[in-house]
Every structure is written in structure tokens, then in C-alpha cells.
Design a binder for this molecule. Structure first.
Ligand SMILES: Cc1ncc(COP(=O)(O)O)c(C=O)c1O
Length: 378
């Protein structure tokens, strides 16, 4: 299929600079080979912090990326899912409270497409429980104050597949203090698999990012633009050096493009229909944070199917994301699930979600075309 706009992937100019380990201050920085590995490391830290717990459990949102389960399986923790609040990408606060037990060692609070979880409210509810709040910020980033944006005890980042700092691989675990950082696991292997360098992948990505070539871009496994599936995590390895040396300049490049990304989101925000729900935006959390994609809920099933088909065939990079809650994804490790709750709000959210592109390649004319289709269809 030819398409006019790729769905994801900011293109960053190759510009290596030494990685300053204080870049994310006040948080410490430890790189890993992926966001999944970074999350596994955070969960292992949580386990080490509570050695008395025999069968440690963690709380996860019912709707998210299946890589969360890969990290849990690798870290050796069991999982309890929590439902969303209705029509929101946030875990139900009352359910979190009712699901935690003396075996709960951590809550994974996921930033959804740049919309942070309500970490302060979660913390207040679970104060007495001696558990770690891990903020999975694979999809969220700010070019402003890190301490204003991230509220977790430990924060995990991804530099992979279409993330805010999209560098074709890598991840990091940021800790609020040295004491936590000292509990992070070492690497199983010092080196990653020695595949193509950032520079080579970037060149291929740039060449194939034109509308006529996007089809081929989706076929390249190292760019990771494939479908949602469960992939086990095999080991923990280092953040590749070439990715590490691209982080500083990529943050600068993202900062320079922020106004454009905000303009795109602003254009989408004016799409109004009685069956369309706009999710809460990041503007009240941080002036400088970006939305990875622009999320909308379309509450009318028949209208959504018609609209989505039309948007998809227009090739404008519109996507329904995972479409399912995590427990409905094939081949997940059932043995680590404590139970299989119903999760009606997360299920409804998965069905109703439509996301619109918001990356460096998104232009005003793309947003106008998308808006026209959405406003005219009834
Ligand atoms: C919320 C979330 N966490 C973790 C990950 C895993 O990141 P990586 O692909 O770098 O392993 C992803 C990837 O899509 C994600 O969306």
C-alpha cells in the first residue's frame, strides 16, 4: 500500500555528542538495549528492594503495550491488571487500592502517548504499602523540566520504534536517587547484537520515508514498525554506544520542533462531533511535552468503522494502536497472570481508540485532510 504519511517515527539528523549522565537530572541514568529491558531492570530493582516477598506481584493497566508482560516475565514477577477509568487512559484509583496486597512490590504507571498517569494521586492512595511506582514513559517525553514531568520513583524510557526520541533501539532506567540506582541489575552481556549502526538505519529510514517508499519501510524488521505481538525478552544488554551518543542532540532537535508538533495537535483538537471524545491533553502538565500521536475515542461503533476505513485508505497514517487489551493478545505468558479480570473500561477504550499522526513529517495539510474526513462523515 502506498501512503501519503507514515504513521510514526521522528527523523533525527545524525549528530553524535557525548552522553552526559546528568542529562536527566535530578534522575540518575542507566542505559539498556530497549525500553522493555529498561522496564525489566526497574522491576528487578523493585524485587531487590522487597526481598521478603516470596511471590512478588505488580499492578499493570489492562490496556497497554504487550512488552510490559515481556519485562514482567523476565523479571520474575506476577501480574495483576487494573481497569481504566471510563473513557480515560488512566488506571482506576479505587481499583488500584483494592487490588494491592502484601505481595505487591510495584505499580507500573504508563504514560499513554504523552499523557502522563496520575502518579501523585496514585502515590497518595498507596502511601502505606511500601511499593515502588515505576513510570513507564516509553511514549512520553518533555523538553522542559524533568522533575515537573516525571513523578515516579523510577522512570523507564524507550528510544525504539517510533518513540519521542526515535533512535531505532535502546532504553533507559532513570532513578530518583542513588540508593535506588544501586539496586539496578547488571547486564547479562556487555554488548548488544552488533547490528546496523544508528547512522545506517537512519539513512535507510530517511530514504524510505517518502510517501512512495513507506510500504518498504514497514517491511524492515530492524525499524520495528510491525504489528502488536508478544515478544519474550531474552537478556539485558547495554545501550548501544551509537544510540547513546545521539541522545543529547536528539533532545535538542525535538525541542526545536516542539512548536510544530503543538500546532498539529491544536489543529486536531478542533475536531468536534457528539460521538468523538478528546482525551485530556498534556498542556496542564507541561508546556514542553509532546503527544506521540493524537488520541480520540469514537463512541459510535458503526461510525468509527466507516471513518477508520476511510482514513486508513487515504493513507494519512491513522492507526487504532493495539485494538485489544493485553490479556487478549496471543501467546502472552498466562502463568504470570494472577487472575483474568473483566476490565470493561479498558476493553471499550481499546475498541474506540483512533490515533492521528503527530511526528516531524506531519504538515498542516495532512491535518486538514484528516479533519475534513472526520467532520464531513456522518
Ligand atoms: C508503554 C511502552 N512500554 C514499553 C515499551 C517497550 O519499548 P521497546 O520497544 O524499546 O522495547 C513500549 C514499546 O512500544 C511501550 O509502548
Amino acid at each position: 500500500m502506498l501512503t501519503a504519511l507514515r504513521p510514526v517515527g521522528n527523523y533525527f539528523r545524525y549528530d553524535p555528542k557525548p552522553l552526559d549522565k546528568n542529562l536527566f537530572s535530578p534522575f540518575t541514568f542507566q542505559g539498556y538495549q530497549s525500553g522493555t529491558a529498561a522496564l525489566a531492570a526497574a522491576l528487578m530493582l523493585a524485587k531487590k528492594k522487597r526481598p521478603e516477598v516470596i511471590n512478588p506481584e505488580v499492578i499493570l493497566p489492562g490496556y497497554s503495550c504487550p512488552d510490559l508482560l515481556s519485562a514482567c516475565k523476565y523479571a520474575g514477577v506476577n501480574v495483576k491488571f487494573v481497569d481504566f477509568e471510563q473513557n480515560l487512559p488512566w488506571m482506576s484509583l479505587s481499583e488500584i487500592e483494592s487490588r494491592i496486597s502484601s505481595s505487591t512490590i510495584a505499580i507500573v504507571a504508563v504514560n499513554f502517548l504523552g499523557i502522563p498517569e496520575r502518579i501523585e494521586q496514585i502515590s497518595n492512595r498507596v502511601k502505606s504499602a511500601n511499593l515502588l511506582i515505576i513510570e513507564d514513559s516509553a511514549q512520553g517525553f518533555t523538553t522542559g523540566s524533568y522533575s515537573d514531568y516525571w513523578k515516579g520513583d523510577v522512570v523507564t524510557l524507550s528510544f525504539g520504534r517510533g518513540k519521542p526520541l526515535s533512535l531505532f533501539g535502546g532504553g533507559a532506567t532513570l532513578c530518583r536517587n542513588q540508593e535506588l540506582a544501586s539496586l539496578l541489575p547488571n547486564f547479562d552481556n556487555e554488548e548488544s547484537d552488533g547490528g546496523l549502526s544508528f547512522r545506517s538505519k537512519n539513512l535507510v529510514f530517511k530514504t524510505l520515508s517518502s510517501p512512495l517508499c513507506y510500504f518498504w519501510l514497514t517491511k524492515l524488521p530492524f525499524l520495528g514498525l510491525g504489528s502488536t505481538e508478544y515478544k519474550p525478552l531474552e537478556n539485558l544488554t547495554k545501550l548501544p554506544q551509537d544510540v547513546a551518543s545521539q541522545i543529547v542532540s536528539s533532545v535538542e532537535q525535538l525541542r526545536a520542533k516542539l512548536a510544530n508538533l503543538k500546532r498539529v495537535a491544536e489543529n486536531y483538537r478542533s475536531i468536534e462531533k457528539d460521538y468523538i471524545i478528546n482525551l485530556p491533553q498534556t498542556t496542564n502538565t507541561s508546556e514542553n511535552s509532546v503527544l506521540l500521536r493524537y488520541p480520540l475515542l469514537i463512541t459510535d461503533d458503526s461510525k468509527r468503522d466507516k471513518l477508520f476505513n476511510e482514513l486508513a485508505s487515504s493513507g494519512l497514517g491513522v492507526s487504532q494502536m493495539y485494538e485489544r487489551i493485553i490479556i487478549d493478545i496471543d501467546n502472552i505468558p498466562q502463568e504470570i497472570l494472577v487472575d483474568k479480570p473483566d476490565l470493561p473500561n479498558a476493553r471499550q477504550f481499546a475498541r474506540q481508540l483512533v490515533t492521528l499522526p503527530n511526528h516531524f513529517g506531519t504538515r498542516v495539510e495532512h491535518t486538514r485532510k484528516i479533519k475534513k474526513i472526520m467532520m464531513e462523515k456522518d
